[in-house]
Design a protein around this ligand. Sequence first.
Ligand SMILES: *[C@@H]1O[C@H](CO)[C@@H](O)[C@H](O)[C@H]1NC(C)=O
Ligand SMILES: *[C@@H]1O[C@H](CO)[C@@H](O)[C@H](O)[C@H]1NC(C)=O
Ligand SMILES: *[C@@H]1O[C@H](CO)[C@@H](O)[C@H](O)[C@H]1NC(C)=O
Ligand SMILES: *[C@@H]1O[C@H](CO)[C@@H](O)[C@H](O)[C@H]1NC(C)=O
Ligand SMILES: *[C@@H]1O[C@H](CO)[C@@H](O)[C@H](O)[C@H]1NC(C)=O
Length: 658
Amino acid sequence: MYLKLFFFFILSQSLHYSSSQILNFTYNGFHHPLTDISIQGIASVTPNGLLKLTNITERQTGHAFYTKQIRFKDSPNGTISSFSTTFVFAIQSPNPALSVHGMAFVVAPNSSLPSAQSNEFLGLFNRNNNGKITNHVFAVEFDTVLNTEFNDMNDNHVGIDINSLISLNSSLAGYWDETGQFKSMKLRSRKPMQVWVDYDGGTHQIDVTMAPFKKSKPTKPLVSIVKDLSSVLLQDMFVGFSAATGLLGSEHSVLGWSFGVNGKAPPLDLSRLPTLQQSKRAYKKWLLLLIGLLVIFSLLVYLIMRRKRKFAEELEDWEADLKKNRLKFKDLYDATKGFKEKDLLGSGGFGSVYKGVMPKTRQEIAVKRVSNESRQGLKEFVSEIVSIGRMSHRNIVPLLGYCRRKNELLLVYDYMPNGSLDKYLYNSPEVTLNWKQRIKVINGVASALFFLHEEWEQVVIHRDVKASNVMLDAEYNGRLGDFGLARLCVHGTDPQTTRVAGTWGYLAPDHVRTGCATTATDVFAFGVLLLEVACGRRPIEIQNVSGERVFLVDWVIRFWIEGKILDAKDPNLGSVYDRREVELVLKLGLMCSHSEPLVRPSMRQVIQYLRGDAMLPDLSQLDLHGRGMQLGIHRGFSEIDMFTGGSSIVDSILSGGR
Ligand SMILES: *[C@@H]1O[C@H](CO)[C@@H](O)[C@H](O)[C@H]1NC(C)=O
Ligand SMILES: *[C@@H]1O[C@H](CO)[C@@H](O)[C@H](O)[C@H]1NC(C)=O
Ligand SMILES: *[C@@H]1O[C@H](CO)[C@@H](O)[C@H](O)[C@H]1NC(C)=O
Ligand SMILES: *[C@@H]1O[C@H](CO)[C@@H](O)[C@H](O)[C@H]1NC(C)=O
Ligand SMILES: *[C@@H]1O[C@H](CO)[C@@H](O)[C@H](O)[C@H]1NC(C)=O
């Protein structure tokens, strides 16, 4: 009875090992708990079920074997049964152009291959045993390196190896599609791909087929060989995988695997396979990209914020009724292309003037940038400037608007294409004006001043009438500009100023004495301007030899005393001029710049004289000889030595001392 039982046991055991017995196993991923798989070397199994034969550690091998022996033959001298296997693998190299070395499906007598080497030996053999029939190894290699010593065809091939790394047959990695076309595949593409290895025990046909992941098995194999494996494989063998790294590391992974002897390898459930992990390098790249994007994003935000701040408009309560005169800083910034040096029209005591073109209307503008350290008086100043700007008079440079930001005030005027009058007068200018043009300018400025003094709702004292503040428009009309020093006062009241402001040479002695600017002090400056236009000379000229300063008024008086006032006229005038007019302008100039304010005519009278509506009084009655007073004042100036070459005395015009 026991014997019987024992016999039965033996029988069942031998039946179990009979080669006719179907044996198969399937791994749709190598998930926990992992049974019947042993790993060696640097091989590992990731938590998500990926069998990683190698990682990026250099010159290492990695092995994974099914732990149970597979019976390939009925008896030690028998023939090898048919077997088949399919698996999905991927090779991920940190460097997409280079991957070392490769991996293999292997059938071996031992599940540890302890003497196998890394690098080109793929963890299958070593230098000594490579090629020996005692190895009893069958392998299919997926080689990403060209080794000439093993007759490799290229660095991207699939080969059938028996006991040696010199393949019996090999092919460029790829597959034959349904239409019979060969499609190559890159082993190191980092993409998963599926392989089928089939051995027919009857015909000894070995077929290796591969295809991209999730593509069905191609009918035509990639590489085949007819070889009876009976003399190669022993009765019981181990099946598994081997991979090796070299000078560089590379990740060789198996995602899923099935094997069958005496039957087909069960198909894999591709949807259950683990997903490939991006290599650390790829992850790093991704992280770097993300950080890069973040940096760019924050930089953009910063730039936008800075731009917003730069062009922020701050409107104070008092500006409410000036709103329609206020321009956007951004528009002015764009108009002047960021206040470029090359668009600078000029700069003086008052700030810099830039040329620009308004972005929308294409209107040409001149932008004057006035900086003020103190905010005191700004409100008053801006309101005055803007209300003056609202006046529309054909001989006043139109103010288009203003813009105020922080410590800066920007005044926007119509661009005057012909610049300022002074350019045409002194130092033998290239372009000069003929007498007709000059008298037109004089009439224009006179008309503007008359308007300011008498015609407008308030009395406006310009306080800085001078040649460089007279602008010429396209038709050479004189237009009075720069109201930076102008003061408004109610008609019939005395303006009160405690500071002297204006330009040396144009300053009336009474203004300097009392500090008080009046319409008469404007007339004085206008008189100097008349003499300038007629004589083509500066209000104060330095005599070359002695360095002595000559005041234009005194210079003309000298001619007048000698009874030949016309000789004071500008030699550049040529011969075409109206003698009577030139004489009138010179005499009117002397009268207006008389040291005694009461002697000076009003602008109303000036216009009457210029038009010929009234006769100019006889200058000899006006005590021009008695100008010693004025000359004394002039000398006083030179002693103080504050000759500033024609620029305004505007030390701190906005500082509230007005
Ligand atoms: C490679 O794998 C081995 C074994 O799992 C591990 O000890 C080693 O740290 C890994 N190296 C890298 C670079 O991941
Ligand atoms: C197997 O073959 C060897 C020689 O090739 C022979 O010596 C041995 O007897 C054979 N064994 C069997 C069981 O046939
Ligand atoms: C595999 O090789 C090792 C070392 O050579 C040896 O100890 C072990 O017994 C072998 N295993 C088998 C199954 O042959
Ligand atoms: C190598 O494999 C190819 C493709 O299967 C086949 O056409 C060729 O005949 C094989 N070469 C040898 C020597 O068997
Ligand atoms: C796998 O083996 C089992 C028996 O162990 C069998 O029922 C099944 O049909 C086999 N699968 C394949 C695909 O051969």
